[in-house]
Design a binder for this molecule. Sequence first.
Ligand code: NAP
Ligand code: MG
Length: 505
Amino acid sequence: MVAMPSEYLALDPEVERFLSNEHNLYINGEWIPAQSGKTFTTLDPSTGSHLADVAEGDQVDVDCAVTAARKAFDAGPWRNKLTAAERSKLIWRLADLIEERAEVLAQLDSLDNGKPFTTTRDVDVPYSAEHFRYYAGWPTKIEGATVPVSAPGMFNYTVREPIGVCGLIVPWNYPLLMAAWKIAPALAAGNCIILKPAEQTPLSALYLAQLFEEAGFPPGVFNVVPGFGEIAGAALVEHPCVDKVGFTGSVEVARQIVRSSADTLKRISLELGGKSPNIVFADADLDNAIVGATWAVFGNNGQSCTAGSRLYVERPVFDRVVEGMADQARKIDVGPGMRINQPQLGPVVSQEQLDRIMGYVRSGINDGGTAVAGGQRMGGDLSAGYFVEPTIFVDISDEMRIAKEEIFGPVVCAMPFDDPNDVLERANRSEYGLAAGFWTQDLQKAHRLAGALQAGTVWINTWGCTDAASPFGGYKQSGHGREMGKEAIDLYTEVKSIWIDTGTR
Ligand code: NAP
Ligand code: MG
Protein backbone atom coordinates (compact mmCIF):
# COMPACT_ATOMS: atom_id res chain seq x y z
CA MET A 1 0.00 0.00 0.00
CA VAL A 2 1.25 3.44 -0.86
CA ALA A 3 0.43 5.96 1.87
CA MET A 4 -1.20 9.15 0.64
CA PRO A 5 -2.49 12.14 2.61
CA SER A 6 -6.08 11.59 3.78
CA GLU A 7 -7.35 14.63 1.86
CA TYR A 8 -6.29 12.93 -1.43
CA LEU A 9 -8.60 11.24 -3.90
CA ALA A 10 -8.55 7.46 -3.54
CA LEU A 11 -5.90 5.93 -5.75
CA ASP A 12 -7.07 3.78 -8.62
CA PRO A 13 -6.10 0.16 -7.75
CA GLU A 14 -3.99 0.06 -10.90
CA VAL A 15 -2.09 3.15 -9.69
CA GLU A 16 -1.55 1.46 -6.31
CA ARG A 17 -0.23 -1.61 -8.06
CA PHE A 18 1.98 0.41 -10.36
CA LEU A 19 3.42 2.56 -7.56
CA SER A 20 4.28 -0.43 -5.41
CA ASN A 21 6.11 -2.19 -8.27
CA GLU A 22 9.71 -1.62 -9.31
CA HIS A 23 10.17 1.06 -11.93
CA ASN A 24 12.68 -0.32 -14.35
CA LEU A 25 13.92 0.74 -17.75
CA TYR A 26 11.92 -0.47 -20.72
CA ILE A 27 14.32 -1.73 -23.36
CA ASN A 28 13.64 -4.12 -26.23
CA GLY A 29 10.26 -5.06 -24.77
CA GLU A 30 11.72 -5.96 -21.39
CA TRP A 31 11.75 -4.34 -17.97
CA ILE A 32 15.29 -4.22 -16.68
CA PRO A 33 17.08 -2.43 -13.85
CA ALA A 34 19.79 0.08 -14.70
CA GLN A 35 23.06 -1.79 -15.18
CA SER A 36 24.63 0.35 -12.45
CA GLY A 37 21.80 -0.71 -10.11
CA LYS A 38 21.15 2.96 -9.35
CA THR A 39 17.75 4.51 -8.83
CA PHE A 40 16.53 8.05 -8.30
CA THR A 41 13.53 9.33 -6.41
CA THR A 42 10.54 11.10 -7.85
CA LEU A 43 8.56 13.24 -5.42
CA ASP A 44 5.04 14.44 -4.96
CA PRO A 45 5.50 18.22 -5.30
CA SER A 46 2.35 18.87 -3.26
CA THR A 47 4.04 17.46 -0.16
CA GLY A 48 7.71 17.07 -1.11
CA SER A 49 7.39 13.43 -0.08
CA HIS A 50 8.69 10.29 -1.77
CA LEU A 51 6.53 8.89 -4.52
CA ALA A 52 8.67 6.25 -6.21
CA ASP A 53 12.23 5.13 -6.91
CA VAL A 54 12.99 4.79 -10.58
CA ALA A 55 15.86 3.07 -12.38
CA GLU A 56 18.46 5.64 -13.31
CA GLY A 57 19.68 5.04 -16.85
CA ASP A 58 23.20 6.07 -17.84
CA GLN A 59 25.40 5.79 -20.96
CA VAL A 60 25.50 1.99 -20.76
CA ASP A 61 21.71 1.70 -20.59
CA VAL A 62 21.25 4.27 -23.33
CA ASP A 63 23.63 2.26 -25.49
CA CYS A 64 21.51 -0.89 -24.87
CA ALA A 65 18.34 0.97 -25.77
CA VAL A 66 19.90 2.43 -28.91
CA THR A 67 21.11 -1.01 -29.97
CA ALA A 68 17.59 -2.40 -29.48
CA ALA A 69 15.99 0.46 -31.40
CA ARG A 70 18.58 0.18 -34.17
CA LYS A 71 17.93 -3.53 -34.53
CA ALA A 72 14.18 -3.02 -34.49
CA PHE A 73 14.52 -0.39 -37.18
CA ASP A 74 17.01 -2.16 -39.43
CA ALA A 75 15.80 -5.74 -39.14
CA GLY A 76 12.56 -5.89 -37.15
CA PRO A 77 9.02 -6.21 -38.45
CA TRP A 78 8.06 -2.61 -37.65
CA ARG A 79 9.62 -1.18 -40.77
CA ASN A 80 10.30 -4.25 -42.82
CA LYS A 81 7.17 -6.36 -42.48
CA LEU A 82 4.22 -4.36 -41.21
CA THR A 83 2.19 -2.49 -43.78
CA ALA A 84 1.34 1.15 -43.30
CA ALA A 85 -2.21 0.11 -42.42
CA GLU A 86 -0.93 -2.28 -39.76
CA ARG A 87 1.25 0.42 -38.19
CA SER A 88 -1.76 2.67 -38.25
CA LYS A 89 -3.85 0.11 -36.36
CA LEU A 90 -1.20 -0.31 -33.68
CA ILE A 91 -1.02 3.44 -33.06
CA TRP A 92 -4.82 3.61 -32.94
CA ARG A 93 -4.86 0.71 -30.47
CA LEU A 94 -2.41 2.62 -28.30
CA ALA A 95 -4.77 5.62 -28.33
CA ASP A 96 -7.61 3.30 -27.25
CA LEU A 97 -5.51 1.98 -24.37
CA ILE A 98 -4.61 5.52 -23.27
CA GLU A 99 -8.30 6.28 -23.16
CA GLU A 100 -9.12 3.06 -21.31
CA ARG A 101 -6.46 3.85 -18.69
CA ALA A 102 -7.11 7.58 -18.65
CA GLU A 103 -7.81 7.57 -14.94
CA VAL A 104 -4.51 5.81 -14.20
CA LEU A 105 -2.40 8.07 -16.41
CA ALA A 106 -4.18 11.13 -15.05
CA GLN A 107 -3.50 10.14 -11.45
CA LEU A 108 0.14 9.37 -12.18
CA ASP A 109 0.75 12.73 -13.87
CA SER A 110 -1.16 14.56 -11.14
CA LEU A 111 0.89 12.90 -8.39
CA ASP A 112 4.20 13.28 -10.17
CA ASN A 113 3.80 16.82 -11.50
CA GLY A 114 1.40 18.21 -8.89
CA LYS A 115 -1.17 19.60 -11.31
CA PRO A 116 -4.85 19.02 -10.56
CA PHE A 117 -6.20 15.58 -11.40
CA THR A 118 -9.12 17.19 -13.23
CA THR A 119 -6.60 18.91 -15.53
CA THR A 120 -4.73 15.72 -16.34
CA ARG A 121 -7.98 13.76 -16.68
CA ASP A 122 -9.84 16.31 -18.80
CA VAL A 123 -6.99 17.88 -20.76
CA ASP A 124 -3.56 16.21 -20.78
CA VAL A 125 -4.66 12.59 -21.15
CA PRO A 126 -7.48 13.05 -23.70
CA TYR A 127 -5.27 15.38 -25.78
CA SER A 128 -2.57 12.73 -25.72
CA ALA A 129 -4.99 10.05 -26.93
CA GLU A 130 -6.27 12.43 -29.59
CA HIS A 131 -2.72 13.11 -30.69
CA PHE A 132 -2.05 9.42 -31.25
CA ARG A 133 -5.37 9.16 -33.12
CA TYR A 134 -4.47 12.01 -35.44
CA TYR A 135 -1.09 10.46 -36.27
CA ALA A 136 -2.58 6.96 -36.51
CA GLY A 137 -4.10 8.24 -39.75
CA TRP A 138 -0.78 9.29 -41.21
CA PRO A 139 1.15 6.08 -42.09
CA THR A 140 -1.12 5.51 -45.08
CA LYS A 141 -0.79 9.11 -46.24
CA ILE A 142 2.92 9.84 -46.23
CA GLU A 143 3.47 10.34 -49.93
CA GLY A 144 6.24 11.40 -52.24
CA ALA A 145 5.82 13.12 -55.59
CA THR A 146 6.51 12.54 -59.22
CA VAL A 147 8.64 15.47 -60.28
CA PRO A 148 8.38 17.04 -63.76
CA VAL A 149 12.15 17.17 -64.32
CA SER A 150 13.60 18.52 -67.56
CA ALA A 151 16.48 16.06 -67.94
CA PRO A 152 15.75 14.24 -71.22
CA GLY A 153 14.49 10.68 -70.79
CA MET A 154 14.68 10.78 -67.02
CA PHE A 155 11.91 9.88 -64.63
CA ASN A 156 12.19 11.28 -61.11
CA TYR A 157 10.14 10.68 -58.01
CA THR A 158 10.51 11.21 -54.28
CA VAL A 159 9.73 9.07 -51.27
CA ARG A 160 9.59 10.04 -47.63
CA GLU A 161 11.40 7.57 -45.39
CA PRO A 162 11.65 7.36 -41.62
CA ILE A 163 14.87 8.89 -40.25
CA GLY A 164 15.71 5.87 -38.08
CA VAL A 165 16.40 5.88 -34.35
CA CYS A 166 14.94 8.90 -32.56
CA GLY A 167 15.97 10.04 -29.08
CA LEU A 168 13.09 12.00 -27.63
CA ILE A 169 13.84 14.17 -24.59
CA VAL A 170 10.86 15.71 -22.85
CA PRO A 171 10.16 18.05 -19.92
CA TRP A 172 7.99 17.78 -16.84
CA ASN A 173 5.32 20.40 -17.47
CA TYR A 174 2.96 18.11 -19.43
CA PRO A 175 4.66 14.75 -18.91
CA LEU A 176 2.41 12.50 -20.99
CA LEU A 177 1.35 15.10 -23.54
CA MET A 178 4.86 16.33 -24.39
CA ALA A 179 5.91 12.73 -24.90
CA ALA A 180 2.85 12.11 -27.12
CA TRP A 181 3.62 15.18 -29.25
CA LYS A 182 6.91 13.58 -30.27
CA ILE A 183 6.22 9.85 -30.11
CA ALA A 184 3.09 9.89 -32.30
CA PRO A 185 4.57 11.52 -35.44
CA ALA A 186 7.85 9.62 -34.99
CA LEU A 187 5.91 6.32 -34.97
CA ALA A 188 3.62 7.34 -37.81
CA ALA A 189 6.68 7.99 -39.94
CA GLY A 190 8.04 4.51 -39.09
CA ASN A 191 10.88 5.40 -36.71
CA CYS A 192 12.03 3.60 -33.56
CA ILE A 193 12.23 5.51 -30.31
CA ILE A 194 14.09 5.98 -27.06
CA LEU A 195 12.17 8.26 -24.72
CA LYS A 196 13.98 10.12 -21.92
CA PRO A 197 11.32 11.55 -19.60
CA ALA A 198 12.11 14.41 -17.22
CA GLU A 199 13.64 13.34 -13.91
CA GLN A 200 10.79 15.02 -12.02
CA THR A 201 8.04 13.13 -13.87
CA PRO A 202 9.08 9.70 -15.17
CA LEU A 203 6.00 7.70 -14.12
CA SER A 204 3.51 8.20 -16.95
CA ALA A 205 6.23 7.44 -19.52
CA LEU A 206 6.82 4.07 -17.86
CA TYR A 207 3.12 3.36 -17.73
CA LEU A 208 2.88 4.29 -21.40
CA ALA A 209 5.55 1.67 -22.14
CA GLN A 210 3.25 -0.88 -20.53
CA LEU A 211 0.52 0.18 -22.94
CA PHE A 212 2.89 -0.19 -25.90
CA GLU A 213 3.46 -3.73 -24.75
CA GLU A 214 -0.27 -4.40 -24.41
CA ALA A 215 -0.97 -2.88 -27.81
CA GLY A 216 1.46 -5.40 -29.33
CA PHE A 217 4.21 -3.19 -30.73
CA PRO A 218 7.26 -5.21 -31.76
CA PRO A 219 10.10 -5.09 -29.20
CA GLY A 220 12.60 -2.25 -29.60
CA VAL A 221 10.21 0.11 -31.37
CA PHE A 222 9.60 2.05 -28.17
CA ASN A 223 12.08 2.17 -25.30
CA VAL A 224 12.09 4.29 -22.15
CA VAL A 225 15.25 5.26 -20.29
CA PRO A 226 14.52 7.51 -17.31
CA GLY A 227 17.49 9.27 -15.77
CA PHE A 228 19.24 12.59 -15.60
CA GLY A 229 19.52 14.96 -18.51
CA GLU A 230 23.24 15.51 -18.27
CA ILE A 231 23.85 11.74 -18.25
CA ALA A 232 21.09 9.80 -20.05
CA GLY A 233 19.92 12.78 -22.14
CA ALA A 234 23.44 13.73 -23.15
CA ALA A 235 24.25 10.08 -24.01
CA LEU A 236 21.32 10.01 -26.44
CA VAL A 237 22.45 13.23 -28.06
CA GLU A 238 26.03 12.04 -28.45
CA HIS A 239 25.27 8.48 -29.55
CA PRO A 240 26.41 7.89 -33.15
CA CYS A 241 23.51 5.48 -33.84
CA VAL A 242 20.82 7.98 -32.84
CA ASP A 243 19.75 9.63 -36.08
CA LYS A 244 17.48 12.29 -34.66
CA VAL A 245 16.89 14.09 -31.38
CA GLY A 246 13.56 15.71 -30.63
CA PHE A 247 13.78 17.97 -27.58
CA THR A 248 11.44 20.15 -25.54
CA GLY A 249 12.89 22.16 -22.70
CA SER A 250 15.12 25.11 -21.91
CA VAL A 251 17.15 27.21 -24.33
CA GLU A 252 20.24 26.57 -22.27
CA VAL A 253 20.04 22.78 -22.69
CA ALA A 254 19.04 23.21 -26.35
CA ARG A 255 22.28 25.12 -27.01
CA GLN A 256 24.20 22.29 -25.39
CA ILE A 257 22.35 19.73 -27.52
CA VAL A 258 23.14 21.63 -30.72
CA ARG A 259 26.81 21.86 -29.70
CA SER A 260 27.19 18.22 -28.77
CA SER A 261 25.32 16.99 -31.85
CA ALA A 262 27.92 18.67 -34.04
CA ASP A 263 30.10 15.58 -34.20
CA THR A 264 27.36 13.36 -35.57
CA LEU A 265 25.34 16.09 -37.35
CA LYS A 266 22.19 14.23 -36.40
CA ARG A 267 18.79 15.78 -37.10
CA ILE A 268 17.61 18.01 -34.29
CA SER A 269 14.23 19.57 -33.60
CA LEU A 270 13.78 21.91 -30.66
CA GLU A 271 10.68 23.21 -28.93
CA LEU A 272 11.89 25.74 -26.39
CA GLY A 273 10.65 28.41 -24.12
CA GLY A 274 9.12 31.81 -24.54
CA LYS A 275 8.28 35.13 -22.99
CA SER A 276 5.10 35.51 -24.89
CA PRO A 277 3.57 38.97 -25.30
CA ASN A 278 -0.15 39.32 -24.69
CA ILE A 279 -1.61 42.67 -25.76
CA VAL A 280 -4.95 44.05 -24.55
CA PHE A 281 -6.32 46.93 -26.65
CA ALA A 282 -8.83 49.36 -25.21
CA ASP A 283 -11.38 48.29 -27.84
CA ALA A 284 -11.35 44.64 -26.66
CA ASP A 285 -14.23 42.86 -24.97
CA LEU A 286 -12.55 43.55 -21.64
CA ASP A 287 -14.41 41.02 -19.50
CA ASN A 288 -13.30 38.33 -21.90
CA ALA A 289 -9.76 39.73 -22.13
CA ILE A 290 -9.39 39.85 -18.33
CA VAL A 291 -10.30 36.19 -17.89
CA GLY A 292 -8.27 35.23 -20.96
CA ALA A 293 -5.14 37.11 -19.86
CA THR A 294 -5.41 35.68 -16.33
CA TRP A 295 -5.42 32.09 -17.55
CA ALA A 296 -2.96 32.84 -20.37
CA VAL A 297 -0.32 33.16 -17.69
CA PHE A 298 -1.63 31.19 -14.71
CA GLY A 299 -2.79 28.15 -16.70
CA ASN A 300 -0.60 25.17 -15.69
CA ASN A 301 0.87 27.52 -13.06
CA GLY A 302 2.78 29.45 -15.71
CA GLN A 303 4.81 26.28 -16.33
CA SER A 304 3.96 26.44 -19.95
CA CYS A 305 6.23 27.40 -22.81
CA THR A 306 3.46 29.63 -24.18
CA ALA A 307 2.60 31.41 -20.91
CA GLY A 308 1.41 34.95 -21.68
CA SER A 309 3.92 36.40 -19.24
CA ARG A 310 4.47 39.85 -20.82
CA LEU A 311 1.16 41.65 -20.64
CA TYR A 312 0.83 44.97 -22.51
CA VAL A 313 -2.38 46.88 -21.79
CA GLU A 314 -3.49 50.06 -23.56
CA ARG A 315 -3.20 52.85 -21.01
CA PRO A 316 -6.87 53.96 -20.74
CA VAL A 317 -7.88 50.44 -19.61
CA PHE A 318 -4.67 49.47 -17.78
CA ASP A 319 -6.03 49.89 -14.24
CA ARG A 320 -9.28 48.13 -15.00
CA VAL A 321 -7.55 45.15 -16.59
CA VAL A 322 -4.92 44.82 -13.86
CA GLU A 323 -7.48 45.16 -11.07
CA GLY A 324 -9.73 42.61 -12.78
CA MET A 325 -6.86 40.16 -13.13
CA ALA A 326 -5.61 40.76 -9.58
CA ASP A 327 -9.10 40.12 -8.26
CA GLN A 328 -9.20 36.81 -10.12
CA ALA A 329 -5.64 35.85 -9.17
CA ARG A 330 -6.38 36.25 -5.46
CA LYS A 331 -9.40 33.95 -5.78
CA ILE A 332 -7.60 31.10 -7.57
CA ASP A 333 -7.82 27.99 -5.43
CA VAL A 334 -4.30 26.57 -5.14
CA GLY A 335 -3.74 23.20 -3.48
CA PRO A 336 -2.52 19.61 -3.91
CA GLY A 337 -3.33 18.26 -7.35
CA MET A 338 -4.92 15.13 -5.89
CA ARG A 339 -7.00 16.96 -3.27
CA ILE A 340 -10.55 15.55 -3.09
CA ASN A 341 -11.98 19.00 -3.43
CA GLN A 342 -10.07 19.76 -6.61
CA PRO A 343 -8.02 22.99 -6.70
CA GLN A 344 -7.64 25.12 -9.83
CA LEU A 345 -3.84 25.05 -9.62
CA GLY A 346 -1.33 22.77 -7.93
CA PRO A 347 2.20 23.41 -6.73
CA VAL A 348 5.11 24.14 -9.07
CA VAL A 349 7.04 21.03 -9.93
CA SER A 350 10.08 21.11 -7.63
CA GLN A 351 12.08 22.93 -4.98
CA GLU A 352 14.44 24.01 -7.74
CA GLN A 353 11.61 25.52 -9.77
CA LEU A 354 10.19 27.19 -6.65
CA ASP A 355 13.61 28.74 -5.92
CA ARG A 356 13.93 29.96 -9.52
CA ILE A 357 10.51 31.57 -9.43
CA MET A 358 11.01 33.20 -6.03
CA GLY A 359 14.41 34.46 -7.27
CA TYR A 360 12.62 36.22 -10.15
CA VAL A 361 10.02 37.65 -7.77
CA ARG A 362 12.82 39.10 -5.60
CA SER A 363 14.59 40.50 -8.65
CA GLY A 364 11.34 42.16 -9.77
CA ILE A 365 10.96 43.82 -6.38
CA ASN A 366 14.63 44.85 -6.19
CA ASP A 367 14.37 46.41 -9.65
CA GLY A 368 11.43 48.57 -8.51
CA GLY A 369 8.46 46.41 -9.49
CA THR A 370 5.32 46.11 -7.33
CA ALA A 371 3.40 42.86 -6.82
CA VAL A 372 -0.29 43.86 -6.83
CA ALA A 373 -1.32 40.24 -6.34
CA GLY A 374 0.66 37.34 -4.87
CA GLY A 375 4.43 37.50 -4.60
CA GLN A 376 4.83 34.91 -1.84
CA ARG A 377 5.44 31.23 -1.39
CA MET A 378 2.33 29.75 0.21
CA GLY A 379 2.59 28.56 3.82
CA GLY A 380 0.25 27.00 6.37
CA ASP A 381 -1.04 23.61 5.24
CA LEU A 382 0.83 24.04 1.99
CA SER A 383 4.25 24.79 3.44
CA ALA A 384 5.71 21.33 2.74
CA GLY A 385 4.87 21.57 -0.97
CA TYR A 386 6.12 23.97 -3.64
CA PHE A 387 3.22 26.39 -3.76
CA VAL A 388 3.47 29.92 -5.13
CA GLU A 389 0.78 32.59 -5.13
CA PRO A 390 -0.37 33.66 -8.60
CA THR A 391 1.55 36.92 -8.94
CA ILE A 392 0.97 40.11 -10.94
CA PHE A 393 3.70 42.75 -11.21
CA VAL A 394 3.27 46.40 -12.22
CA ASP A 395 5.85 49.25 -12.31
CA ILE A 396 7.89 47.12 -14.67
CA SER A 397 10.00 48.26 -17.59
CA ASP A 398 10.86 46.15 -20.63
CA GLU A 399 14.52 46.00 -19.68
CA MET A 400 14.07 44.38 -16.25
CA ARG A 401 15.13 40.73 -15.96
CA ILE A 402 11.66 39.74 -14.84
CA ALA A 403 10.20 41.21 -18.05
CA LYS A 404 12.77 39.63 -20.38
CA GLU A 405 13.58 36.16 -19.08
CA GLU A 406 11.34 33.12 -19.01
CA ILE A 407 10.21 32.52 -15.41
CA PHE A 408 8.15 29.38 -15.99
CA GLY A 409 5.97 30.08 -12.99
CA PRO A 410 2.76 31.94 -12.10
CA VAL A 411 4.17 35.45 -12.57
CA VAL A 412 3.07 38.09 -15.07
CA CYS A 413 4.47 41.56 -15.78
CA ALA A 414 1.74 44.05 -16.67
CA MET A 415 2.94 47.11 -18.60
CA PRO A 416 0.91 49.97 -20.11
CA PHE A 417 1.29 51.22 -23.71
CA ASP A 418 0.06 54.25 -25.62
CA ASP A 419 0.87 53.63 -29.25
CA PRO A 420 -0.06 50.42 -31.16
CA ASN A 421 3.10 50.67 -33.34
CA ASP A 422 5.22 51.06 -30.28
CA VAL A 423 3.65 48.03 -28.57
CA LEU A 424 4.29 45.89 -31.63
CA GLU A 425 7.97 46.82 -31.56
CA ARG A 426 8.11 46.08 -27.81
CA ALA A 427 6.30 42.76 -28.23
CA ASN A 428 8.80 41.68 -30.89
CA ARG A 429 11.82 42.89 -28.92
CA SER A 430 12.59 39.47 -27.42
CA GLU A 431 15.01 36.69 -28.16
CA TYR A 432 12.00 34.37 -28.04
CA GLY A 433 9.22 33.91 -30.57
CA LEU A 434 7.04 31.00 -29.53
CA ALA A 435 3.61 32.57 -29.15
CA ALA A 436 1.92 35.96 -29.03
CA GLY A 437 -1.65 37.11 -28.63
CA PHE A 438 -3.88 40.12 -28.48
CA TRP A 439 -7.41 41.19 -27.68
CA THR A 440 -9.28 43.60 -29.97
CA GLN A 441 -12.55 43.92 -31.87
CA ASP A 442 -10.93 45.78 -34.76
CA LEU A 443 -10.59 43.35 -37.66
CA GLN A 444 -8.06 45.38 -39.61
CA LYS A 445 -5.87 45.77 -36.58
CA ALA A 446 -6.17 42.04 -35.93
CA HIS A 447 -4.94 41.06 -39.39
CA ARG A 448 -2.19 43.67 -39.40
CA LEU A 449 -0.85 42.54 -36.04
CA ALA A 450 -1.17 38.81 -36.75
CA GLY A 451 1.11 39.37 -39.74
CA ALA A 452 3.62 41.52 -37.90
CA LEU A 453 4.14 39.55 -34.68
CA GLN A 454 7.28 37.42 -34.73
CA ALA A 455 5.89 34.21 -33.24
CA GLY A 456 5.14 30.66 -34.34
CA THR A 457 1.61 30.91 -32.94
CA VAL A 458 -0.65 33.96 -32.72
CA TRP A 459 -3.87 33.89 -30.69
CA ILE A 460 -6.54 36.54 -31.27
CA ASN A 461 -9.19 36.98 -28.57
CA THR A 462 -8.19 33.65 -27.10
CA TRP A 463 -5.09 32.01 -25.65
CA GLY A 464 -3.51 28.59 -25.52
CA CYS A 465 -5.37 26.65 -28.22
CA THR A 466 -3.34 23.89 -29.80
CA ASP A 467 -4.48 20.98 -31.91
CA ALA A 468 -2.82 17.87 -33.29
CA ALA A 469 -3.60 19.14 -36.80
CA SER A 470 -2.06 22.60 -36.40
CA PRO A 471 1.70 23.23 -36.51
CA PHE A 472 3.37 24.47 -33.34
CA GLY A 473 6.87 25.79 -32.77
CA GLY A 474 9.01 28.85 -32.41
CA TYR A 475 10.62 31.73 -34.24
CA LYS A 476 14.03 32.93 -33.11
CA GLN A 477 15.40 31.21 -29.97
CA SER A 478 12.11 29.42 -29.28
CA GLY A 479 13.19 26.50 -31.42
CA HIS A 480 13.82 24.68 -34.67
CA GLY A 481 11.02 23.06 -36.66
CA ARG A 482 7.30 22.66 -36.11
CA GLU A 483 5.60 19.89 -34.18
CA MET A 484 2.06 18.67 -34.88
CA GLY A 485 0.13 18.71 -38.12
CA LYS A 486 1.78 17.49 -41.28
CA GLU A 487 4.86 19.55 -40.38
CA ALA A 488 5.78 16.99 -37.72
CA ILE A 489 5.81 14.27 -40.37
CA ASP A 490 8.46 16.34 -42.14
CA LEU A 491 10.41 16.49 -38.87
CA TYR A 492 10.53 12.70 -38.63
CA THR A 493 11.19 11.78 -42.27
CA GLU A 494 13.97 12.10 -44.84
CA VAL A 495 13.16 12.78 -48.48
CA LYS A 496 14.78 10.60 -51.09
CA SER A 497 14.86 11.65 -54.73
CA ILE A 498 15.00 8.68 -57.14
CA TRP A 499 16.04 8.90 -60.80
CA ILE A 500 15.64 6.32 -63.52
CA ASP A 501 16.73 6.51 -67.11
CA THR A 502 13.65 5.44 -69.12
CA GLY A 503 15.67 5.01 -72.28
CA THR A 504 13.28 7.23 -74.24
CA ARG A 505 15.72 10.02 -75.04
P1 NAP B 1 15.62 21.25 -19.07
O1 NAP B 1 16.82 21.07 -18.23
O2 NAP B 1 15.78 21.88 -20.39
O3 NAP B 1 14.96 19.79 -19.20
C1 NAP B 1 14.24 19.27 -20.28
C2 NAP B 1 14.67 17.85 -20.58
O4 NAP B 1 16.03 17.83 -21.03
C3 NAP B 1 14.66 16.93 -19.35
O5 NAP B 1 14.31 15.63 -19.73
C4 NAP B 1 16.13 17.01 -18.92
O6 NAP B 1 16.52 15.97 -18.07
C5 NAP B 1 16.83 16.96 -20.24
N1 NAP B 1 18.20 17.45 -20.18
C6 NAP B 1 18.78 18.26 -19.26
N2 NAP B 1 20.07 18.45 -19.55
C7 NAP B 1 20.34 17.76 -20.67
C8 NAP B 1 21.50 17.57 -21.46
N3 NAP B 1 22.66 18.13 -21.15
N4 NAP B 1 21.41 16.79 -22.57
C9 NAP B 1 20.25 16.23 -22.91
N5 NAP B 1 19.12 16.36 -22.19
C10 NAP B 1 19.15 17.12 -21.09
O7 NAP B 1 14.54 22.03 -18.28
P2 NAP B 1 14.35 22.04 -16.67
O8 NAP B 1 15.65 22.09 -15.97
O9 NAP B 1 13.42 20.96 -16.35
O10 NAP B 1 13.64 23.44 -16.49
C11 NAP B 1 14.42 24.62 -16.54
C12 NAP B 1 13.75 25.68 -17.38
O11 NAP B 1 13.53 25.19 -18.70
C13 NAP B 1 12.36 26.07 -16.92
O12 NAP B 1 12.37 26.96 -15.89
C14 NAP B 1 11.81 26.64 -18.20
O13 NAP B 1 12.24 27.95 -18.36
C15 NAP B 1 12.39 25.77 -19.26
N6 NAP B 1 11.46 24.71 -19.68
C16 NAP B 1 10.80 24.87 -20.84
C17 NAP B 1 9.90 23.91 -21.24
C18 NAP B 1 9.12 24.03 -22.51
O14 NAP B 1 8.04 23.47 -22.61
N7 NAP B 1 9.64 24.70 -23.52
C19 NAP B 1 9.65 22.79 -20.46
C20 NAP B 1 10.37 22.64 -19.26
C21 NAP B 1 11.26 23.61 -18.92
P3 NAP B 1 16.34 16.20 -16.49
O15 NAP B 1 14.93 15.97 -16.23
O16 NAP B 1 17.21 15.23 -15.83
O17 NAP B 1 16.80 17.61 -16.21
MG1 MG C 1 7.59 13.93 -9.31
